[in-house]
Design a protein around this ligand. Sequence first.
Ligand SMILES: Nc1nc2c([nH]c(=O)n2[C@@H]2O[C@H](COP(=O)(O)OP(=O)(O)OP(=O)(O)O)[C@@H](O)[C@H]2O)c(=O)[nH]1
Length: 138
Amino acid sequence: MTHSDPMDTKKIFNIVAAFIYEQNRFLICQRPKTKARALLWEFAGGKVEQGESHIQALKRECMEELAIEVEPSGLFYQNSHEYEDIIVNLFIYHTKIIKGPVQKLEHEDIRWISSEEIDNYAFCPADKEVLEIIKQNY
Ligand SMILES: Nc1nc2c([nH]c(=O)n2[C@@H]2O[C@H](COP(=O)(O)OP(=O)(O)OP(=O)(O)O)[C@@H](O)[C@H]2O)c(=O)[nH]1
């Protein structure tokens, strides 16, 4: 009997994330030590829960992680990426902060960086392509 391909058993998650750009800088967050992709940098966000829209999920995640009220607008970037543990469908939205200030509630660190500084940070692999787009356009 053949063993099933691990592809078949990996869970697939829809992930929403926020591209928050203010005064030539955008917000990046460092993943906690205890989670998958520990200490890699990412855009704020997380898994879309059952029954939630992308917009609802992004608002909830930004409040949970950063204590900010946000208004997501257009979809900026979409990608699927297979990790060792899961497959992510990543949706990154242009997002504005409606009410701050930003507080670091869940991450190891948070930073506002310019596009020139991107190469100084190790990001989640699924973010590689959008970071190239940011480098070219911001
Ligand atoms: N938020 C966010 N997650 C990303 C990005 N890029 C990327 O590959 N991911 C991946 O998407 C997944 C997000 O899941 P998570 O574990 O942070 O989600 P969550 O906040 O709902 O946490 P939970 O699993 O504890 O409920 C992680 O596997 C993470 O590595 C990104 O830019 N932002």
